[in-house]
Design a protein around this ligand. Structure first.
Ligand code: FAD
Ligand code: SF4
Length: 476
């Protein structure tokens, strides 16, 4: 096929649930490609010799290689190529910000002068991973593989069970080590389970990956809070572990520090989403988790967490949801698709506005939010134009619930209970950039606890680099 013919193939739109219907259910919004759609979309790839899309992929997946296989209908071959560098394609195909990564650099998008018309790399990735999982009929994930790996007799402890830890555990288990994961919650998967909602990432997909680790021989200890149940150093000094990986994430919510933030009806997005996702608060009658029946909800923030919280509020029965962000939409860090979906579902975006104080009634319950209007000034340290408050522009929103989604910091428990573990001024664990080893020999770290709140693919890349560091150490 010539380049001109490829350019004439229409970009394959993702089938989706109707916005009005899906805003009131927890089922996945995007329904996934058919085999024909995946082939057609993959056929749009121009097989550029310089592979610019790969520069945008944090784990350098051989994108033209897997698209070539998918365009021929060899979906298993496509998945095998992705798996060379990525352990969680069904997850990444759904949640990676492709428009800022691989698809941003795609030649097709540039020729058609529209990043939305780039080859839909993530959607094809999702299709081949889903197809494989469905064919395995839920029995094991591709994280599994060999039952006949020669054993090394070395023990590795992995703390936390998010994408960084899942990846590190898989790579260490494949090297023949005896791996045990220690997770604070009763369920494994990290943010993939407690933060990102079912309607964006079905939990069965994450469970499939955990099952794959189990079939590799990885053991799991849940309800195990390292720093409380046991100290980090105990794993090496008392329990006979040869190496430890810390992947405890960035789960400490930040607040605005404004008046009224401790009123009843104000939540951190973490608590709000954890109640709904992990504790299944949306399933009233089926689960005991109490939740707040907010009818008029204000969500503060402009990232993925804010999008998830605002869309969740609709699904938990809110009549009105405001998304309040102090810069303009162009500066929003959220994935473009989430912004689009939130708007389609009826979330009202209030840009260049911010909360000034939360108002309460005589029972201490939220009954309003005083906001200020903003304008954009000079770029700040982040390179984005800074928001400047407009004096005297106060106005009040009639809300009964406020969800604060203005960012998360690293979990402090392990750093504060471990002597000699170096952290930086933001509280992130400091690691050797090549091996991910910390200041304590034999202790490695990766993911959000090192990077600060980042992305799934970056966490996965960190877990992989740390596993390589551990495997090298334990070989020597
Ligand atoms: P986490 O996923 O945070 O996992 C850490 C695990 O460690 C948790 O299970 C925690 O319970 C456990 N833990 C913590 N402390 C201890 C302890 N002391 N002992 C034992 N266990 C402990 N990224 C994207 O790429 N795309 C998105 O669309 C996206 N959406 C997001 C939406 C939300 C609501 C949130 C919160 C984040 C989102 N992210 C997204 C970011 C992404 O999920 C994270 O960057 C990623 O999960 C980090 O992985 P991790 O393995 O480092 O840590
Ligand atoms: Fe294909 Fe786009 Fe990558 Fe070129 S840049 S190889 S068209 S996916």
């Amino acid at each position: 096929m010539t380049a001109k013919e490829k350019m004439a193939i229409p970009p394959q739109a993702m089938p989706e649930q109707d916005p009005k219907v899906r805003a009131r259910n927890m089922n996945e919004v995007a329904l996934g490609y058919t085999a024909e759609m995946a082939k057609a979309e993959a056929s749009r790839c121009l097989q550029c010799p310089a592979k610019p899309c790969m520069q945008g992929c944090p784990v350098a997946i051989n994108i033209p290689g897997f698209l070539a296989k998918a365009s021929e209908g060899d979906f298993a071959g496509a998945l095998a190529i992705i798996r060379e560098t990525s352990l969680l394609p069904a997850v990444c195909g759904r949640v990676c910000p492709q428009e800022k990564q691989c698809q941003k650099f795609c030649t097709m998008g540039k020729l058609l002068k529209d990043v939305d018309k780039a080859v839909a790399i993530g959607r094809v990735e999702r299709f081949v991973a889903d197809l494989d999982r469905e064919r395995q009929d839920g029995s094991a994930s591709a994280a599994s593989g060999s039952q006949d790996i020669p054993r090394t007799g070395k023990k590795v402890a992995v703390i936390g069970s998010g994408p960084a830890s899942i990846t590190c555990a898989a790579d260490c288990a494949k090297a023949g080590h005896d791996v045990t994961v220690f997770e604070a919650f009763h369920k494994c998967g990290g943010v993939l389970v407690y933060g990102i909602p079912e309607f964006r990432l079905p939990k069965a997909i994450v469970q499939h990956e955990i099952d794959g680790l189990k079939s590799l021989g990885v053991k799991f200890e849940t309800n195990y809070v390292v720093g409380r149940t046991r100290k980090l150093r105990d794993f090496i000094e008392k329990d006979g572990f040869d190496a430890v990986f810390v992947g405890t994430g960035a789960g400490l919510p930040k607040f605005m520090g404004i008046e009224g933030e401790n009123l009843v009806g104000v939540f951190s997005a973490n608590e709000y989403l954890t109640r709904a996702n992990l504790m299944k608060a949306y399933d009233e009658g089926g689960h005991d988790t109490p939740f707040w029946h907010g009818k008029r909800v204000a969500v503060l923030g402009g990232g993925n967490v804010a999008m998830d919280a605002s869309r969740m509020a609709l699904r938990l029965g809110a009549d009105k949801v405001y998304l309040i962000y102090r810069r303009s939409e162009a500066e929003m860090p959220a994935r473009k698709e989430e912004v689009h979906h939130a708007k389609e579902e009826g979330v009202e975006f209030l840009m260049l506005q911010n909360a000034k104080r939360v108002l309460g009634d005589d029972q201490g319950r939220v009954n309003g939010l005083e906001c200020l209007k903003y304008e954009l000034g000079e770029p700040d340290a982040s390179g984005r134009r800074s928001p400047v408050a407009i004096a005297g522009s106060e106005f009040t929103l009639d809300v009964d619930t406020v969800v604060v989604a203005v960012g998360n910091a690293s979990n402090p428990l392990i750093p504060t209970t471990t002597d000699g573990l170096e952290i930086n001024k933001r509280g992130n664990i400091v690691v050797d950039p090549e091996t991910n080893m910390t200041s304590i020999p034999g202790v490695f770290a990766g993911g959000d606890i090192v990077l600060g709140a980042a992305t799934v693919i970056l966490a996965m890349g960190e877990g992989r680099r740390a596993a390589a560091g551990i495997n090298k150490l334990l070989k020597g």
